[in-house]
Design a protein around this ligand. Structure first.
Ligand code: AMP
Length: 282
């Protein structure tokens, strides 16, 4: 496995900023920033004297070329948004060729099986790409703490495993999901949807709330059916998966155990745009 690349020039670019830092917070992003990202940056600024925000649309975590191509890129307005936050922030936006050199490919990781569930099942190789880019970024930025959103809960658990596997001296901080007033989880991909479709997409969180409210009264199979029926009745939204999983292992279980913690996870296509969300159930 190739874990190290010669990233000397990127290290050099960052070193004047990092020189006098007591504590470095890191927020890795793919840009097209919104209030969800900004909440991570704010928390990082509150807890560290220096913060690095990376903006890098990582090619190795996309399993569909079209999805990568259509991913929104809004660097100038991202920089404007970051200027609204009080803090000592360095924006790091390397080119793929600078980060990956001449080999834009992923390491193969074993994340104890978490990589085979849900997002891993539907986006083959996705988490190898996430692991590879974060391993590279962590080794360049050398943060004390890294801030990741629970919006991508499975990714958060994967990154916790990654730092164990790669033995990286960084603490991973999970941050709450920031939502629109409508309940829709903020996402860069929402930028690709019309006003009407954004309204339709609110059904995603409404359904998760319904599952949460019924969690004590219905069994898993009844809850799954409830979600399936809800999406079957909507002509604009296409359910890719809905799963209730153990919050630790992210594996589905056939029935509830009283002392375990569960979360519901969902992926839905809205006019070809893939949105994900999740909610704690107990
Ligand atoms: P992305 O740019 O989509 O790769 O996201 C960068 C980071 O922001 C990840 O850790 C995401 O989980 C987090 N994030 C994205 N959307 C939200 C949100 N609505 N609330 C909280 N964190 C988020």
């Amino acid at each position: 496995m190739i874990n190290h690349k010669n990233n000397d020039s990127l290290l050099k670019a960052l070193s004047p900023f990092l020189e006098n830092c007591k504590s470095v917070g890191f927020v890795p992003t793919m840009g097209a920033l919104h209030k969800g990202h900004l909440s991570l940056v704010e928390q990082a600024c509150n807890e560290n004297d220096c913060v690095v925000v990376s903006i890098f649309v990582n090619p190795t975590q996309f399993n569909k070329a079209q999805d990568l191509e259509k991913y929104p890129r809004t660097l100038n307005s991202d920089l404007d948004l970051l200027k609204t936050i009080k803090g000592n922030i360095f924006v790091f936006s390397p080119k793929a060729s600078e980060l990956y050199k001449d080999d834009i490919s992923s390491n193969k990781y074993n994340f104890s099986g978490i990589e085979n569930e849900m997002e891993g099942k539907y986006r083959k190789g996705h988490f190898d790409g996430v692991g590879t880019v974060l391993n590279l970024l962590f080794r360049i930025v050398k943060p004390n703490k890294a801030y990741l959103g629970e919006k991508d809960f499975q990714q958060l658990q994967i990154v916790r495993k990654l730092v164990e596997i790669e033995n990286l001296p960084v603490t991973i901080i999970g941050c709450p999901i920031i939502r629109e007033e409508s309940g829709l989880a903020m996402s860069s991909r929402n930028k690709r949807l019309s006003k009407d479709l954004l309204k339709e997409a609110t059904l995603i969180f409404k359904t998760l709330k319904e599952v949460q409210q019924n969690f004590d009264f219905l069994n898993f199979s009844q809850l799954n059916k409830l979600v399936e029926n809800t999406f079957n009745e909507n002509q604009f939204l296409e359910l890719e998966y809905f799963e209730i999983a153990n919050s630790k292992t992210l594996k589905t279980e056939s029935s509830k155990s009283p002392n375990k913690s569960y979360r519901a996870f969902i992926a839905v296509f809205v006019d070809g745009v893939r949105l994900i969300d999740n909610i704690a159930l107990n």
